[in-house]
Design a protein around this ligand. Sequence first.
Ligand SMILES: Cc1ncc(COP(=O)(O)O)c(C=O)c1O
Length: 383
Amino acid sequence: MRRFPLSTSTDPEPRSLADLETPCALVDLDRLAANLDRMASYTVLHGLALRPHVKTHKSPRIAAQQMGLGAVGLSCATPRELEVMSEVSRDLLLAYPLLGAPRLSRVLALPDEVRLTVALDSMIAIDQLAHTARAVDRPVDVYIEVDVGMRRVGVQSADEALALAMHVQSKPPLRFAGLTFYPGHIREPVQQQEANLGQLRSRLRGLLDRFQAAGVEVRAVSGGSTPAAWRMHEIGGVTEVRPGTYVYNDRTTAALGACGWEDCALTVLGTVVSTAVSGQAVVDTGSKALGREPMRGAEGEGFGALLDRPDVVVQRMSEEHGILDLSRTDWRPSVGDQVRIVPNHVCIVVHLNDTIYGVRDTQVETSWPVSARGREGVRGGRG
Ligand SMILES: Cc1ncc(COP(=O)(O)O)c(C=O)c1O
């Protein structure tokens, strides 16, 4: 019986797109470099600390590039992201409430050299964190999360934020380090965000005034999604930003006007597998390659669009089939042709892949693992 080795490949290294088995994820290395540079330059220009969110790339290689361009540290959403990224940065933020003994003990077992900050919005989360931090004798910085309009997580008033901050201060080895917010509701084109930015400005002003009146120092104010990042310097008090999507961008980010189409660095490479039904072509990029993500807050139908023909969209999907709508184009692909699809939401696509291929034009130059995907523990802990 023929055996299939699970972890080693005897295939020669892929060189051109035609050598790659589809579906797979490609990153245009020039676009990636330009995206990394643009955000790093913006934050340097405006004196903002950059703490990029790694959930988009989940890759130490790109995190190292971000650190090399001046990031002060990294933002993570999961314990595995923290564990993988502790190899790259000694300053990690868990931008997600941390609850439950299994997660708490795992996160607090990060190497001692890591300065750990946790964002939270409840007394229960503070008490659980303080209990575990005390048990393992580890200082932990805490950001209090405030809701500035997205209505996802975050306390609703300055009084609640202050009460949580004072509770943190009463629970060493926890330390109150600042406030955090995620402006995920700001999804207008960058030049049309004025109304939402105005509300954000006065909301933060009220919060900071309340803390000042109480004599509680707010050392950091952390905010900034990709669509709102470019205007965070206009919000007094914000000290750091946490964009994630900007490294690769996607169809939604382009439709929102927070990047150009030419800034979309990640595409899913697919192969046309059928043209048997008229008016459409079927590619091998279904929902297990593209994710079933809508264009959240942005114009556009379907689940992705062709890089070189944005008017051709993936209109329907099965798990392994994507149906390209050919009704608005003269283009008629042949079975076997390759296509590159810009996904609606890139972060979901990345976590569906083990490997990313780095390309320039049609040449495959390199590849890297999506090391922080999944939930498995990376290693045993504090050293
Ligand atoms: C808490 C938090 N911070 C930062 C980000 C990064 O935002 P974006 O994906 O718009 O770059 C996210 C994204 O989900 C987030 O949830």
